[in-house]
Design a protein around this ligand. Sequence first.
Ligand SMILES: [Zn+2]
Length: 116
Amino acid sequence: MAQKMSIKKENLCPKCGSPYSYVEERKVGNNIYYYAVHYSKIKGKRRKRYCYLGPKSYVNVARTHEDLGLSFKGQIQNNRAIAYLRQILNYLKNEAKEEEKQEAITLIKKFLEEVS
Ligand SMILES: [Zn+2]
């Protein structure tokens, strides 16, 4: 079933760069797929064009990353990188082996040095 989601007017389509009217949600099985809906007028007729934005969660990919506690987000989700980082940090804190934890600490320290 198609469902409409309200969005801000300044939103630009991540696929084609044009502004879109709204994002349509289509539920298929247990996953939700997003489409940007573009309206345009061609010779006075209103045309509807869809851009596929990806699924809400990448179910099949996620299955292979369950041990890391990662759930993949579609393109439409804001702050994907931060959401992933949060999940990774959570995994490192609670489940990672000491060796893995130390390696992560080294990476984080290096990151802090480089950005500050
Ligand atoms: Zn588009």
